[in-house]
Design a protein around this ligand. Structure first.
Ligand SMILES: [Mn+2]
Length: 365
């Protein structure tokens, strides 16, 4: 299913109030408005420095000579303007901001919504508006189709990871990471959605571990957290496995507590419920088992064009879950020096019946 950019542009136009245009410089938002099927690449995160959605007329994208041809090839926006430092290259200005200012001048745009700080100068009245960032929280059919494909790939990566880790005594975290990445790469993913995390033994107590040469030992918990880009959209999944399938009694208990917290928070992911309540459901249970201070992060986050996006599901979150939001539910317990467990699913809000999209096994033996 093709991405319907017209719909996105029109939604923004409808929400311009009295403004002449909406301008974004956020990479996730420029991809949303210009080239959703492409992953961010590396660097710079987006081929477009700015996208302008004027009240009247067609959208405009601003790119650099470095990204020009990729941008032209991938962009759904026809009016692409170019900046470069190099005199041999025909351009519209020397910096992205120059080109933006000239374009606004040319189009007689004076009053704008922006979603990030842009130094437009005195001539332009700019006010901040998060409409697009929040609009991206609710996923449409074309987006869910892509997200489901990304999840299918990370699910099969987890099946591979489970076998590898359980039989992987003696392998280093980096070797495990490399094998998983290679497996998913051969299955045709565009990119990893972030650097694959393999955290073993005591390293599993670090919620965001950076892989080391530590060798997997029998009984180790091994947190495997990764995701992929497929047609521009992300997945994000975490499972915790045990080397030789032999967790200690303590880790076994912790695993069951985290799994139950995962289910409780997932159950609360209903349209109309608050981020706070969704977080609280799992957190209260973890607290009741005596591990409150070991659950050191929020319960989940939106994902889509970016791995972390609106909404954020934390204890302080006032956000209200809406139909068709796609979020992670990922409670964890971390015991310094010993290890930890995190179980993360990707879940879709569907009325009162949250739909767990990730299918990789999570029951303990
Ligand atoms: Mn996550």
């Amino acid at each position: 299913m093709k991405i319907n950019y017209e719909r996105r542009w029109n939604e923004i136009k409808k929400n311009l109030d009295e403004k002449d245009a909406f301008i974004t410089s956020l990479p996730g938002n420029t991809r949303y408005l210009g080239n959703s099927d492409s992953p961010p690449g590396c660097p710079p995160g987006s081929t477009m420095n700015f996208v302008i959605i004027p009240r009247k007329g067609e959208p405009i994208a601003i790119t650099s000579s470095l990204e020009e041809h990729r941008c032209i090839e991938e962009s759904s926006i026809d009016d692409i303007r170019l900046w470069t430092l190099y005199p041999d290259i025909k351009s519209d200005g020397k910096t992205a901001l120059d080109v933006l200012k000239n374009t606004l001048n040319e189009k007689k745009i004076k009053n704008v919504y922006i979603d990030s700080k842009i130094g437009l100068g005195r001539g332009i009245k700019a006010s901040k508006n998060d409409f697009v960032t929040e609009m991206r929280g609710v996923k449409t059919k074309d987006e869910l189709e892509r997200i489901r494909k990304a999840i299918k790939q990370s699910d099969s990566g987890q099946e591979f990871a489970r076998n590898l880790v359980e039989c992987g005594e003696g392998l280093t975290e980096r070797e495990v990471r490399t094998e998983i990445d290679y497996f998913m790469g051969r299955n045709g993913i565009q990119e990893n959605s972030f650097t694959t995390i393999i955290a073993s033994g005591p390293n599993a107590a670090h919620s965001h571990h950076s892989n080391t040469n530590r060798k997997l030992e029998s009984g180790d918990p091994v947190i495997c957290d990764f995701g992929v880009f497929w047609d521009g959209y992300c997945s994000d999944i975490t499972r915790t496995y045990f080397v030789n399938g032999e967790p200690s009694a303590e880790l076994k208990e912790i695993y069951q507590v985290v799994l139950e917290a995962n289910k409780l928070s997932t159950h609360e992911l209903k349209a109309g419920n608050s981020g706070h309540n969704i977080d609280k459901a799992g957190r209260d249970f973890i607290r009741s088992k005596g591990y409150g201070r070991n659950f050191v992060h929020g319960t989940g986050h939106g994902f889509g064009l970016e791995i972390h996006e609106f909404p954020s599901l934390t204890y302080k979150s006032k956000v209200i879950a809406k139909e068709s939001m796609a979020v992670t539910i990922e409670p964890g317990i971390y015991i310094p020096g010993k290890g930890g467990v995190r179980i993360e699913d990707d879940v879709l809000v569907k009325g009162d019946n949250p739909q767990v999209l990730t299918k990789a096994k999570k029951d303990l033996y």
